[in-house]
Design a protein around this ligand. Structure first.
Ligand code: KG4
Ligand code: ZN
Length: 348
């Protein structure tokens, strides 16, 4: 049952969410996310080995639930999309091995999706097609990438972080403040009660040319500020850090937009759930006269609906993964990685 209107099942296991979703066209029929936050919280970060084991336990029931909630039988599906990188290698392998077995047993076409392309397709889910060329900022727990998109499916990274990812910085600062994991939402909340100008912190790379990002200097400045006697108010630290991070992300994006002249700016990834960042990007995009497209917060953080949507796009273009589809922890935005084996088998 292949075609434009057939539902696509998406599977996402690249980090600490076991997720499955069914999408038909731009309609989300189901979107199930089983978070592992409770499992990793006591360690203050994701433990890769534990994540893989939990994916093995949860994936089958999560997929069953996604199909059931969507009211879609396996025979009704038009294809399968699975995240094949970047991410935790063992966690990715669980999803890809499962998806290959599912596609083989059901005789369905399969595509491997780059997780970052998935984040960009959350914009398509939320807003429909975006005007191109577009400039996309993908800010997550592991990535801070500024991407030029001449057309959907074609990506050129114009800037990325030199050290920590934006989400990683939020999580590390949250930990230093004794907040829970993941730290981004905690800082977002605590910052509401703080003064963003109280703790002097540097806005990274302010006078530097280029489009790269950097968060390690800002993180170190926060750690040093926390050692002062008397220590600063935690809410002021959260607000001041959040302001510096949001200004940095916004300034570099605006700088690239001025040079490249996109017809839209996309903001996505877990950190795009941040309220200050959303507001600042909206203000600056308005000033540039370019529409800013941001998915709702629940589609910014990891989910499988975005993977299914990217999968529908690639399946429609006739793309198919072979049974040799592999996983890559550092998969760059581009074609899905395939091991150079000679097995000629292709999914139906
Ligand atoms: O995209 P995502 O769900 O997973 C990855 O692909 O990494 O991003 C997770 C990251 C975490 O670092 C989390 O702290 C951050 O997104 N995050 C936020 C907010 N919500 C999630 N950061 C800042 N403000 C938020 N409201
Ligand atoms: Zn992500």
């Amino acid at each position: 049952m292949e075609g434009v209107d057939c539902p696509v099942l998406g599977i996402e296991t690249s980090c600490d969410e076991t997720a499955a979703a069914v999408v038909r066209g731009r309609v989300i029929l189901s979107n199930v996310v089983a978070s592992q936050v409770d499992l990793h919280a006591r360690y203050g970060g994701v433990v890769p080995e534990l994540a893989s084991r939990r994916h093995i336990e949860r994936l089958v029931p999560v997929v069953d639930e996604a199909l059931e909630r969507a009211g879609v039988a396996v025979e009704d599906l038009g294809g399968l999309a699975v995240t094949c990188g970047p991410g935790l290698i063992g966690a990715l392998a669980v999803g890809v091995a499962y998806a290959k077995a599912f596609a083989f047993a059901a005789g369905l076409p399969l595509v491997g999706i780059n997780h970052l392309e998935g984040h960009l397709f959350a914009v398509v889910l939320a807003q429909g097609t975006f005007p191109v060329p577009a400039l996309g900022l993908v800010v997550s727990g592991a990535h801070t990438d500024l991407v030029w998109i001449p057309e959907p499916g074609t990506y050129r990274v114009v800037g990325r972080t030199r050290d920590d990812a934006a989400g990683e910085a939020f999580d590390k600062v949250a930990r230093a403040l004794g907040l829970g994991y993941p730290g981004g939402p905690e800082i977002d909340r605590l910052a509401e009660a703080g003064d963003p100008h109280r703790v002097p912190l540097p806005i990274p790379l302010q006078d530097e040319p280029g489009y790269d990002f950097s968060f390690s200097g800002l993180k170190t400045a926060v750690l040093l500020a926390l050692r002062k006697d008397p220590p600063p108010n935690p809410a002021d630290v959260a607000a001041s850090f959040q302001r510096a991070a949001a200004e940095h992300l916004t300034a570099r994006t605006v700088r690239a937009a001025r040079l490249l002249g996109p017809r839209s700016i996309l903001l996505t990834g877990g950190v795009a759930a941040n309220r200050l960042l959303r507001r600042r990007m909206r203000e600056e995009a308005e000033r540039l006269g370019v529409p800013l497209l941001v998915p709702p917060p629940e589609l910014c953080t990891d989910n499988a609906a975005m993977i299914a949507q990217a999968g529908a796009f690639r399946l429609m273009r006739g793309e198919r993964a072979g049974w040799t589809l592999g996983v890559a922890a550092d998969l760059p935005l581009g074609d899905p990685y395939e091991f150079p084996l000679e097995s000629g088998h292709k999914p139906a």
